[in-house]
Design a protein around this ligand. Structure first.
Ligand SMILES: Nc1nc2c(c(=O)[nH]1)N[C@@H](CN(C=O)c1ccc(C(=O)N[C@@H](CCC(=O)O)C(=O)O)cc1)CN2
Ligand SMILES: [Mg+2]
Length: 298
């Protein structure tokens, strides 16, 4: 039977360690690392995720500020808010919950966030740092994927990995992180010719295509490790709603290990966001002199 890699348990352990580190930071600097979470519009899932992020901040002792705007918020208003948060020395991390309403250019908004406060790791400076392996803030879901994968397979050098999905949030950054660890990476999408054959050769499959049950049992090599990033809302034959991943979980008993949905990568996303907020606060404290806006750092 394949081992279940619990994101819920790993996230809890990560949060327990974080609580200690956050307390140390707060004691040393007389202020808690603080996250500003920006929610625009009324997408129900986004509201739940932002609420959870704020709750989890409280659990580990991080400060948090929530900024809510209606669905009719203009791009200019949002950019003005980002500018204020960039300049606010009491804010160490800025997160703009995605997706944004259609009148707002998401790329423009993400580009406006100070890269040192970009705790989602979506700013082009952090994307560039990731692609050159030169540090920066790493996107939360890919970081969570790597932590879960390495808890099962500590040595990744020489392993073959297939990533299904090329999104900026998951597919591309996770492929870069795998490359950095010495994997041979094939980045695919659900239209890739011979996708099942490519998967059958892989030691690692990261499924991030957003298609319920896309990866079937006979696509999986015995002993492979499967990281399922899909979050697909479905209605079962009994009429009840639920969430499933991109992998047909009941068919992969011959894998070595897999992340479940729910309870796999999802909980790690928020834990890694908290970790990034602490990292950002530390980096800002370490480099106060190069920041024109932070006169309050002493
Ligand atoms: N600014 C950002 N926007 C979005 C991100 C992101 O990382 N930054 N990722 C997703 C949403 N997301 C966090 O924001 C997120 C998604 C899912 C989970 C999670 O814990 N999922 C559960 C199951 C789903 C549920 O219960 O509703 C799980 O997998 O166990 C956490 C965070 C898009 N937007
Ligand atoms: Mg948009």
């Amino acid at each position: 039977m394949a081992r279940l890699i619990s994101g819920t348990a790993t996230a809890e352990r990560l949060m327990a360690g974080l609580a200690t580190d956050v307390a140390d930071f707060s004691r040393a600097h007389g202020m808690a690392p603080t996250l500003a979470a920006v929610l625009v519009g009324d997408d129900p899932a986004s509201r739940i995720y932002v609420r959870r992020k704020i709750e989890q901040c409280r659990k580990v002792g991080l400060g948090s500020i929530e900024h809510r705007h209606g669905a009719d918020c203009s791009e200019a208003e949002l950019l003005a808010l980002i500018d204020r948060l960039n300049r606010d020395p009491k804010v160490h991390g800025i997160l703009v919950q995605l997706p944004l309403p259609p009148q707002i250019d998401s790329a423009k908004v993400l580009d406006a966030i100070d890269p040192m406060k970009d705790v989602d790791g979506f700013h082009p400076v952090n994307v560039g740092r990731l692609s050159t392996g030169t540090g920066g803030l790493i996107p939360c879901t890919p970081m969570g994927c790597m932590m879960l994968l390495q808890s099962e397979l500590p040595e990744l050098r020489g392993k073959s990995a297939v990533v299904i999905g090329k999104s900026n949030i998951v597919g591309k950054p996770v492929a870069l992180l795998l490359l950095e660890q010495g994997c041979t990476v094939t980045v695919c999408n659900r239209h890739t010719v011979n996708l099942p054959d490519l998967c059958r050769q892989a030691d690692i499959i990261v499924a991030a295509a957003g298609r319920a049950g896309l990866v079937r049992g006979d696509w999986v090599k015995p002993g492979a490790v499967i990281i399922d990033v899909g979050i697909n809302r479905i209605v079962g034959p009994d009429g009840k709603g639920g969430i499933v991943g991109d992998v047909t979980a009941e068919e992969i008993g011959h894998a070595a290990a897999f992340t479940p949905v729910p309870g796999g990568v999802g909980p790690m996303t928020i834990a890694c966001l908290l970790l990034n907020t602490l990292q950002a606060a530390r980096a800002l404290r370490a480099a106060p002199d190069i920041r024109i806006s932070d006169a309050a750092y002493s």
